[in-house]
Design a protein around this ligand. Structure first.
Ligand SMILES: NC(=O)c1ccc[n+]([C@@H]2O[C@H](COP(=O)([O-])OP(=O)(O)OC[C@H]3O[C@@H](n4cnc5c(N)ncnc54)[C@H](O)[C@@H]3O)[C@@H](O)[C@H]2O)c1
Length: 264
């Protein structure tokens, strides 16, 4: 029988990807998966040591990664982090906006307005600013893929009893969903695709305080038709697809990865 050999090229071979919030949770999982598929990765986070921990782990696994520090809510940090990615890795093909915060982790002495501004400045404005500077470069090469981390809570409201209606988290995620659509249309002719993932509740440090409460944990599981929460790898798999050329005709999509949560 003739032996057919396949050349196993990685699904992101030759690509340069910047992952914000790459020092934890979903960003960490995506950095490892993207690197294993051949991408060179810039991992950014608020603190350098947090980004470096993941970059070292990626390198130890045989990947190629650098660590960068910056605050996505600060315009000058966004501009610098994109410039450092291009300077150190030679370009930027993929931007994943994974940096995000929940009001549960806001300082306890903040009032609702301070908390709202803080969450909006990172989840929504930060994703916009990182995209803005990345797009400046992507336009020069007529290609690029942006993957935003929205949420199921950007597509539907929080289940009753979880939010008081003034929680900035769903407000920002709804904004990311619409930003994704708007940018995708504007940038489509320049070869830049913009999509978002809308994960259901997934085991990362972001949800630790929720799942530590046994009753809340059970409630959250039962809200997903599959009866469980997600694993970061399951979100990373979907991000890999949207980031890669396999999704070459997909733009403006807000893809639920949620065990059926938003199908209800
Ligand atoms: N885990 C979930 O259940 C879930 C569900 C839906 C959407 N998401 C979204 O996915 C993204 C990643 O979440 P995660 O679960 O990995 O959370 P995480 O808390 O594990 O990681 C978020 C990372 O963002 C970083 N970060 C926070 N503020 C920043 C800033 N100003 N500048 C730069 N980096 C900053 C944090 O230091 C952290 O490393 C977030 O946007 C989150 O809203 C998460």
């Amino acid at each position: 029988m003739a032996h057919r050999s396949f050349h196993m090229a990685g699904r992101l071979e030759g690509k340069i990807a910047h992952i914000t919030g790459g020092g934890s949770g979903l960003g960490d999982a995506m950095a490892h998966l993207f690197a294993s598929e051949g991408a060179r990765i810039a991992i950014s986070d608020l603190k350098l040591d947090v980004a470096e921990r993941v970059a070292k782990s990626v390198v130890n696994a045989g990947g190629d990664a650098i660590a960068l520090a910056g605050d996505v809510s600060k315009r000058e940090d966004c501009e610098r982090m994109i410039a450092e990615t291009i300077g150190q890795l030679g370009g930027i093909d993929v931007l994943v906006n994974s940096a995000g915060v929940t009001p549960r982790y806001a300082p306890k002495d903040w009032d609702f307005e301070q908390t709202w501004d803080w969450v909006v400045s990172i989840n929504l404005k930060g994703s916009m600013m990182m995209s803005r500077f990345a797009v400046d470069h992507m336009k020069t090469q007529n290609s690029g893929s942006i993957v935003n981390l929205a949420s199921i809570i950007g597509l539907v409201g929080y289940a009753q009893g979880i939010s008081d209606g003034f929680n900035p988290y769903p407000h920002t995620k709804g904004g990311v969903v619409q930003m994704t659509r708007d940018m995708s249309i504007a940038l489509a002719k320049q070869g830049i695709r913009v999509n978002s993932l809308c994960p259901g509740f997934t085991y990362t440090p972001l949800v630790t305080t929720l799942v530590e409460d046994a009753d809340m944990h059970e409630r959250l599981k039962s809200l997903h038709p599959m009866g469980r929460l997600g694993d970061p790898k399951e979100i990373a798999n979907a991000a890999l697809f949207l980031a890669s050329d396999e999704a070459s005709f997909i733009t403006g999509v807000n893809l639920p990865v949620d065990g059926g949560y938003t199908a209800q």
